[in-house]
Write a protein that binds this ligand. Structure first.
Ligand code: FES
Ligand code: MG
Length: 590
């Protein structure tokens, strides 16, 4: 609810600090305890620094130092910085999944911005969910904003070779299961993969979202790829601090920066960098906050003529450090040229094309010219539909095996990921290389929180036989660092009555990526019998005892989440959070 004295064109912070009498006294007086002097409240721009630094989110822990650089920039430009903490989401530690708390963090950011005397904000995030959460909250509040991402770690080094976050963990653990890597070497690799502050070194979700933030025009050009520990990271943070003060003076709000063109650019850039499948869910949610019409099918249509240019794991060979040395995202944007809307606005006040007009590419083996791409157009995230996923599913083509892109095989269905883990190493598991592994109950509402379980470990007996990939299907997600022929984000999810809930072990499933189809070969009358419960119950390989299926809770955040989360094909935001609510000055209580 807005107070009648909403100052309109007057600087927002002056609705607090510009007041006379008791109220102005209270607003200013308590801040004097920090040693601020009166000149801090004389009408200069008040800039929030939304900091998701946390010891529990190791990818973001160094943002405390980054915040100091932002403050310097704000002060030098004549603003007043106020750093505040936000909820943080550590991808590797949070259970049941960090994704379950993305919308909660977005609420925290949005409400904190609106409730406080801020004229603009610099967002500090890094780990997978923290960047989309901050963007979602800030776009709903529509306060002038710049995002500074934390930057990747230095390349992992193991036994003389580069080793990437996530991707090599999945590879090494399969090697251990296959008996080709010792447990000692596996243990030694742990520390070698995380050599410095920063987020994952592969083109996983964190690197992807940092690049897409830059493609959207919401961070400074070239900032996404700078390693967390490179001094340039702090210089760009200092610049962002200076720029946000100017943006407040210019009245440049995010709704004037991002529009449909920006999101089309982000979708195309995602294809060119071999970005994470998680970007699909996050971009849909972010677009929803910005009130931009973006659909799941746009990811396929818009990327159809975009080649894969960036040769980074998990789709290619290199890591983020090389991407930085190559020139980072501006090199990609320049290379994409007319495939992008170069006239799209950015936080610099210049358009995307101007920002990147002279961007060099120092490593054409890392950022390939369009004439020599890593993969021709069509290797991006494909959107599938069919009797198994009427509202859509996605597959990352560049991370899949070419010979499995058209495949029919019998389904082996598991209701929980725990059930699969319990049986994956059993010599009696009824699988061969043609089997389609299915894990359901992993959707937004069902798990809850749509965990990253899609790249199921290959069953031990197939691994021993040399099988390295097979078709896997889930209503959950997979880590952006993963690879394999994995169909993800099946919508509607099984827990909300999607056809996936009717699939039974032995049913034939057909994946047809070129035809953009995912179907189950079950006659309609049989499906009807299954819906009505009159079909004979399926026989299961065995019952799970490791961990019971989660029961639906009737209270708390989990209840809120299950009740209000939307399906993956629209971004898994809460239904009541979609859209902009602005940054009007709330009514006062004194
Ligand atoms: Fe944080 Fe990968 S775990 S970015
Ligand atoms: Mg991840």
């Amino acid at each position: 609810m807005m107070a009648p004295e909403d100052p309109g064109s007057v600087r927002r912070s002056q609705a607090w600090f510009g007041l006379d009498g008791k109220l102005g006294f209270v607003h200013r007086s308590k801040l004097y305890n920090q040693g601020y002097s009166a000149s801090m409240f004389d009408g200069r721009p008040v800039i929030g620094i939304a900091n998701s630094a946390s010891d529990l989110a190791p990818c973001n822990a160094h943002l405390r130092q980054v915040a100091e650089a932002v403050k310097r920039g704000v002060l030098m430009a004549g603003g007043v910085p106020f750093e505040f903490p936000t909820i943080s989401l550590g991808e590797t530690l949070m259970r049941p999944s960090a994704m379950q708390f993305r919308n909660l963090m977005a609420m925290d950011v949005e409400e904190t911005l609106r409730a406080n005397p801020l004229d603009g904000v610099v967002l500090l995030g890094g780990c997978d969910k923290t960047v989309p959460a901050q963007l979602m909250g800030a776009l709903s509040a529509d306060l002038p904003m710049v995002m500074v991402t934390g930057g990747p770690m230095l390349n992992g080094k193991f036994q003389g070779c580069d080793a990437g976050s996530g991707t090599h963990v999945w590879q090494f653990s399969e090697e251990v299961r296959a008996g080709r890597m010792s447990r000692e070497d596996f243990a030694a690799a742990e520390a070698c993969l995380s050599r410095s502050a920063g987020h994952c070194t592969t083109m996983g979700t964190a690197s992807t979202m940092a690049c897409l933030t830059e493609a959207l025009g919401l961070s400074l050009p070239g900032s996404a790829a700078i390693p967390a520990v490179d001094a340039q990271r702090n210089r760009v943070a200092e610049q962002a601090g200076g720029r946000i003060v100017e943006m407040v003076e210019e009245g440049l709000v995010p709704s004037s920066v991002v529009d449909r063109r920006s999101f089309e650019n982000a979708v195309r850039v995602n294809a060119a960098i071999g970005g994470s499948t998680n970007a699909v869910v996050h971009l849909l949610a972010i677009a929803g906050r910005a009130e931009v019409d973006l659909s799941l099918d746009d990811f396929d249509k818009l990327a159809a003529d975009v080649p894969l240019l960036v040769d980074l794991l998990p789709s290619g060979r290199f890591l983020m450090e090389e991407f930085f040395y190559a020139g980072g995202l501006p090199a990609v944007i320049r290379e994409l040229g007319e495939l992008l809307h170069t006239d799209a606005a950015t936080v610099t006040g210049r358009c995307l094309g101007e920002n990147c007009a002279d961007a060099p590419n120092w490593r054409t083996d890392v950022v390939r010219p369009r004439a020599e791409p890593v993969h021709e157009a069509g290797a991006h995230t494909a959107v599938l539909r069919g009797s198994l996923a009427p509202d859509g599913a996605v597959i990352k083509v560049s991370a899949a095996s070419e010979d499995l892109l058209r495949h029919t095989g019998p389904a082996l269905v598991f209701d929980t990921i725990e059930e699969y883990h319990e049986q994956a190493d059993s010599p009696d598991l009824p699988v061969d290389a043609s089997t389609v592994l299915v894990v359901r109950g992993a959707g937004p509402a069902g798990y809850p929180g749509m965990p990253e379980i899609g790249n199921l470990a290959i069953p031990k007996k197939l691994l021993d036989a040399g099988v390295r990939d097979m078709v896997r299907i889930t209503d959950g997600r997979m880590s952006g660092t993963s690879y394999g022929t994995v169909v993800l984000h099946v919508a509607p999810e099984s827990a909300r009555g999607g056809p996936l809930s009717l699939l039974r072990t032995g049913d034939r499933v057909t994946l047809d990526v070129p035809g953009r189809r995912i179907d189950m070969d079950v006659p309609d009358d049989e499906l009807q019998r299954r819906v009505s419960g009159s079909a004979p119950a399926p026989t299961k390989p065995s019952a799970s005892t490791e961990s019971p299926a989660p029961s639906e809770t009737a209270s708390g955040y989990e209840w809120l989440y299950r009740t209000h989360v939307r399906q993956a094909d629209t971004g898994a935001d809460f239904d009541f959070l979609v859209g902009r609510r602005g940054h009007g000055v709330p009514r006062r209580h004194l």
